[in-house]
Ligand binder design. Structure first.
Ligand code: SF4
Length: 477
């Protein structure tokens, strides 16, 4: 039996139109949601002006909820759940995305995964990276998961679609575990926790290159299916990507979760694949090594060494380099000329040997646990040692909280203590995008966007609401 994937035309964010298309899709795919129904959109970050194309749009969510309500049977609960990008309270991003009004309109629940209990799930497949992963209780209890990704390019993974959207089912304490050169293995592990029974991808306005600050692309499509591998395979072909190059798709398919070959998929709908491909001939990606990514005009220079894991010793796609790119794109959104106006920075990552050839006033950020270097800076001996831990050495039950205020306080105090030193060694595996923003701000004297008044107050209000609800849920649970 072939898995069916539908590509449907949809040229605008009209909830009624989307509801009609999705209802039709559910019927064609024989989908009947029931029990505890959990909708998982992609709201990694949301802001109407700064991050307008990073998230599954509210009109899309609205349309899918209407279709779900029309088709579902024996419903126990319908809820929307997500954990936004690291440290930012999910409720802040939901508000920016306009979700609360949609959730209220439909009388359904919101599960902020950073506020609920996290439970362990044992993994059994022989290819697994870990024996146990932690997920929010509503995910572990869901009978029918509906995955609602945003179709976007991704600087770590090439594309974020159905499989990659599951990174958002983990809270901050567990999300960064293995978010390094094992990111693709981690994505495959998460499929074993739960697989969506229906997938609808918001590809009406797709995103190119970055995941937080994507360049919009008018794709005019909704992609639907019941198997993540099949859906992601079709989406790869929609933008001229060989599915084998989407490494997490390859790993997941090899574990038996679904096909990655078009011959094994029945592609239909009213938007023929060849027509989509014609439209997306210039769809852009950002899969560049950071050494080349920041041009000669930029005050940011990167030196990339070798990395500890044999399967990816030339680059760490899932970790610090991609975080640096995302952080710089956030700065660009606030200050378009930032790379010319910032102080000079040399970003060193991995095991690097030989002189750094520092320019006048150039500061060095040694980034990440795996980074090592030995040499002289301003005539003084400097020895940066690796503290990288292998997967087996990292215990997922004893991870740090990655709490927003704590992390910000730690990074800022480290920057203060570091004072006027020419270099700083930033620890973490990976270093998050938020931490990159803090360290770059301090070292390169860029105004810290985390303290922009338009973000500071609402983010902090949402943070304290999140903390209060987390305590409340602990008592209720
Ligand atoms: S420290 Fe950063 S670059 Fe090094 S392995 Fe970890 S995530 Fe990758």
């Amino acid at each position: 039996m072939k898995y069916k994937v539908l590509i449907m035309r949809c040229d605008k964010y009209d909830p009624e139109k989307i509801a009609g298309i999705v209802k039709e899709g559910m019927k064609a795919l024989s989908v009947k949601p029931s029990g505890r129904i959990l909708l998982k959109p992609n709201v990694v970050i949301a802001h109407p002006e700064i991050f307008p194309h990073a998230f599954t749009r509210k009109e899309f969510l609205d349309g899918v909820i209407s279709a779900t309500k029309a088709v579902a049977e024996d419903v126990t609960e319908i809820a929307v759940g997500e954990r936004s990008g690291i440290t930012i309270p999910t409720r802040y991003n939901f508000k920016n995305a306009g979700y609360p009004e949609v959730i209220k309109k439909h009388g359904i629940k919101a599960h902020y995964f950073d506020e609920v209990k996290q439970v362990p799930v044992r993994l059994k497949r022989k290819e697994r990276l870990r024996d146990t992963v932690f997920v929010p209780e509503p995910v572990a209890q869901a009978d029918f998961l509906i995955n609602l990704p945003k179709f976007k390019g991704h600087p770590w993974c090439r594309l974020t679609l159905s499989l990659k959207n599951f990174i958002g089912i983990q809270d901050d304490r567990h999300r960064l575990v293995d978010h390094n050169s094992f990111l693709e293995h981690k994505i495959a592990d998460l499929q074993e926790v739960i697989q969506p029974k229906f997938i609808a991808i918001d590809a009406i306005t797709a995103g190119q290159k970055m995941m937080l600050t994507p360049t919009p692309f008018d794709m005019g499509a909704i992609v639907m299916g019941t198997n993540s591998c099949a859906v992601d395979t079709v989406c790869c072909h929609m933008v001229h990507v060989n599915p084998k190059d989407l490494i997490h798709l390859r790993y997941t398919s090899e574990r038996g979760f679904g096909p990655m070959n078009l011959d094994e998929i029945d592609v239909s709908g009213d938007f023929p694949l060849v027509e989509v491909q014609e439209k997306t001939r210039n769809f852009q990606f950002c899969m560049e090594h950071i050494e080349k990514y920041f041009g000669k005009e930029s005050n940011l220079r990167c030196k990339v060494g070798s990395f500890p894991e044999a399967h990816s010793d030339d680059y760490c796609w899932g970790g610090c380099p991609g975080s640096l790119q995302e952080a710089m794109h956030i700065f660009r959104a606030f200050y378009p000329d930032v790379e010319k106006t910032m102080g000079k920075i040399l970003y060193v990552v991995g095991r690097v040997e030989g002189p750094l050839d520092l320019g006048e006033g150039e500061k060095v950020i040694f980034a990440g646990d795996c980074t090592s270097w030995k040499g002289k800076i301003d005539g003084k001996d400097v020895n940066i040692e690796s503290s990288y831990k292998t997967t087996r050495e990292v215990d997922e039950r004893k991870t740090r909280s990655n709490d927003m205020l704590l992390k910000t306080a730690q990074t800022l105090s480290k920057c203060l203590r570091n004072g006027s030193s020419r270099y700083i060694h930033v620890k973490g595996c990976p270093i998050s995008v938020a931490d990159h923003v803090n360290y770059l701000s301090a070292a390169a004297k860029i105004k810290n966007v985390n303290f922009d008044p338009s973000l500071l107050i609402p983010v902090n209000i949402a943070y304290w609401q999140m903390r209060a609800n987390r305590i409340l849920n602990r008592f209720i649970g």
